[in-house]
Write a protein that binds this ligand. Structure first.
Ligand SMILES: NC(=O)c1ccc[n+]([C@@H]2O[C@H](COP(=O)([O-])OP(=O)(O)OC[C@H]3O[C@@H](n4cnc5c(N)ncnc54)[C@H](OP(=O)(O)O)[C@@H]3O)[C@@H](O)[C@H]2O)c1
Length: 332
């Protein structure tokens, strides 16, 4: 029961009954402290009913409009394929809902700017669901970053072999490595630069792409305050550990770096900026941390987030959009 003076839990509705929606729903309803998923929505009522039964949700809607109009939902987690994000976000914001949208938030920087302006106007919160930034181990790492001697370099990638007939290979569905997984290492880089007050600069982008097709792999190189080599692929398994290095030290974000639970100093050397290795495991898939952060921002009446700043979403969108428009292509 809710104690006196405690904020009511945020009531989540999910738009889209797909793969990631199930993970979010389980993580929130099993592990989150500040909210609960109460509603699922799919374009077909049958899919919504099936999802609601499987995950024991009280509400199942067969149209996104019904979700937008529900007085029993405070915030919407947009979990449809990314070309559908912009229109759906707009519909939810216009209905007065807070919105947490899966990555990539949208695929045009111009759309993001319009949606952020609309959210401000409606006095609701709009954030991109970049869950890695809300894991406790990542928050600890970023907090310690200013104490570590530079100059820094970063190596991070996200790549795995995907079924070649799926949505990720369809240019009409904004498929490709950069949009699907390139945004993760770009976010990590942008967040590190922001934490250190460094100018992130602009990347040199190289793509493996055939004419008229999606990018199968991408490399983003930065040569600014942090030197960074960032990779993405939908046709190749890439290193799952990320590596951050400076003068005489190397840190490894172990396991899958985008689900960070451990950060280790390589070698025996210790120094003041690194008191001990970070070991902060999460329950389940860890998506409860972004949900709780979002709920806390709503409780505090924030229209942006210190952990998932709208400006970082904008910066990353710009790098991918610009890279896809102007990169040098290598033979696919
Ligand atoms: N954070 C993460 O770890 C993570 C992981 C994977 C994906 N994602 C992101 O989450 C989003 C959804 O990914 P997913 O893998 O869950 O996708 P998915 O299962 O393929 O589809 C999600 C939903 O999108 C709608 N949809 C599918 N195909 C469509 C089409 N051709 N036209 C219109 N709508 C369509 C469907 O909604 P209905 O149910 O209403 O029919 C479907 O349930 C993407 O933006 C993706 O990048 C995030």
């Amino acid at each position: 029961m809710q104690a006196q003076g405690e904020a009511a839990p945020l009531r989540w509705g999910i738009a889209g009954a797909g793969a990631i929606a199930r993970r979010f729903c389980r993580d929130v309803n099993q592990h989150a402290s500040l909210g609960r998923v109460v509603a699922i929505t799919a374009r077909a009522q049958g899919r919504a009913d099936e999802f609601a039964q499987e995950l024991a949700l009280p509400l199942a809607f067969g149209s996104y409009r019904a979700l937008a109009q529900s007085p029993e939902v405070d915030a919407v987690y947009v979990a449809v394929i990314h070309p559908e994000h912009a229109a759906l976000i707009k519909e939810m914001l216009l209905a007065g809902k807070h919105v947490l949208v899966e990555k990539p938030a949208v695929t045009r920087q111009e759309d993001w700017d319009e949606l952020v302006a609309l959210a401000r106007q409606r006095n609701v919160l709009l954030l991109e669901a970049m869950k890695v930034m809300c894991f406790p181990a990542m928050r600890t790492l970023l907090a310690r970053l200013p104490g570590l001697p530079g100059p820094l370099s970063l190596r991070a990638a996200f790549g795995s072999v995907q079924a070649p007939d799926g949505k990720l290979f369809d240019p009409a569905l904004d498929g490709g490595a950069s949009w699907d997984v390139g945004v993760y290492p770009l976010w990590l880089y942008a967040a590190c630069c922001r934490q250190l007050g460094l100018d992130a600069g602009e990347p040199e982008v190289r793509l493996q792409r055939a004419p008229g097709e999606v990018d199968l792999s991408a490399r983003f190189s930065f040569d600014g305050g942090i030197r960074a080599e960032l990779g993405a692929s939908i046709v190749e398994d890439l290193d799952k550990a990320a590596c951050l290095a400076g003068d005489g030290w190397t840190l490894i974000i172990e396991g899958k770096w985008w689900n960070p639970q451990g950060v280790r100093l390589q070698g025996k050397k210790t120094f003041a900026g690194w008191p001990e290795d970070i070991v902060q495991p999460v329950d389940g898939g860890g998506m409860q941390h972004e949900a709780d952060h979002f709920a806390r921002c709503v409780q505090e009446g924030l229209l942006d987030s210190p952990w998932l700043p709208q400006a970082l979403t904008r910066q990353v969108l710009g790098w991918v959009e610009g890279g896809l428009a102007s990169a040098s292509d290598e033979r696919a």
